[in-house]
Design a protein around this ligand. Sequence first.
Ligand SMILES: NC(=O)c1ccc[n+]([C@@H]2O[C@H](COP(=O)([O-])OP(=O)(O)OC[C@H]3O[C@@H](n4cnc5c(N)ncnc54)[C@H](O)[C@@H]3O)[C@@H](O)[C@H]2O)c1
Ligand SMILES: [Zn+2]
Length: 376
Amino acid sequence: MSHLAPISTIPVALGEKAYPVVIGEGSLASLGERIRGLGFREGSRVLVVSNPAVNNPYGGVVLASLERADLVATMLVLEAGEEQKTTATVARIHDEAFALRLERGSLIVALGGGVVGDMAGFAAATWLRGIAVVQVPTTLLAMVDAAIGGKTGVNHPGGKNLIGAFHQPRLVLIDPTTLATLPPREFRAGMAEVIKYGVIGDPELFAALEAASARDPQAGLASIEAVGPVVLQTLLERSAAAKAQVVAADEHEGGLRAILNYGHTLGHAVETLSGYGLWLHGEAVALGMLAAGEIAVAMHLWSPAEQERQRALIAAAGLPLRWPDLNPEAVLACLQGDKKVRQGRVRFVLPTAIGRVEIRDDVEADCIRKALVALR
Ligand SMILES: NC(=O)c1ccc[n+]([C@@H]2O[C@H](COP(=O)([O-])OP(=O)(O)OC[C@H]3O[C@@H](n4cnc5c(N)ncnc54)[C@H](O)[C@@H]3O)[C@@H](O)[C@H]2O)c1
Ligand SMILES: [Zn+2]
């Protein structure tokens, strides 16, 4: 193996279900070898699930790597898009699994963003009551969030992610060079989740992002070129470590995992009300973090200066700071119907310092209203 930069391994400590998150430039070519290292025998069948935007640049490298390692690989290319994340598409993966006679010792590889990862993961969770899956995320969002933690699933016409299962992958392989082809807006949306990890638990990550954006204030953190390979590797490692730590402490989303919902309570309302598709998920999360910060300032939980640092970083990442069409009453009504509501109270993850959050269910409606008005 020739490495362009050091490859790091972050463990997800889940006992018998533990697995590594491998992060490094050029690591894609080592996929086959690493799968063999997990104990998959020569001749094991591997179904790779991807979509055209990812398969075209990277499918060849992946298949060649699997074949070099004496694995029998087949590529299934599905149409891209959130609207494809359905049971019908999972049925197509199952049809392919049947045609290839995937058995207990076989493997599914998800090569793509969160949509591919969620669908391929769910197909693996349900085929023969669960076969192995390896996640190879190719969007920043999937690298720092969706691919780690074992949540898999698809949408139901009645709502997002209503059908799903917990199914931990055996390996997550992150090759940052695959981000070179990611549409810039998708890159920026992923940065929202990275900033989230800084605010909820990693002040050093937050400071590293600030330092990187100060190098060239014009470019900020708004593109992969502006961030550069060194900072990119760092933010991938720290974000993966943050997600891994929360997942290890709370595999099935009892309590701690709720802090990962920072910015998401309002973010989901933003997505719902503006119709899925107007804002990308990460953009909605950025607006949600800004609103949560406003609420926290109003409740004297954190300082205006720290809220300003958060705002500046969101701006540097080229993420939205305003939602002009926002209707506060509609958002409040939407929050009441959200699944994060417990006994009629809306649960918010609120920052108390850069690197620390609290979960609160005592936020007054009027306080939420004021924070929303500030976003318009
Ligand atoms: N399982 C979890 O814990 C979890 C967490 C967060 C989000 N999700 C899910 O993830 C999904 C969103 O994922 P996403 O943001 O990665 O979106 P996505 O998978 O739709 O990918 C975004 C777009 O980028 C393209 N793309 C992906 N990688 C590329 C690359 N390297 N080069 C060029 N184009 C590329 C895709 O084809 C797609 O058009 C949602 O369905 C969401 O529910 C799951
Ligand atoms: Zn998110």
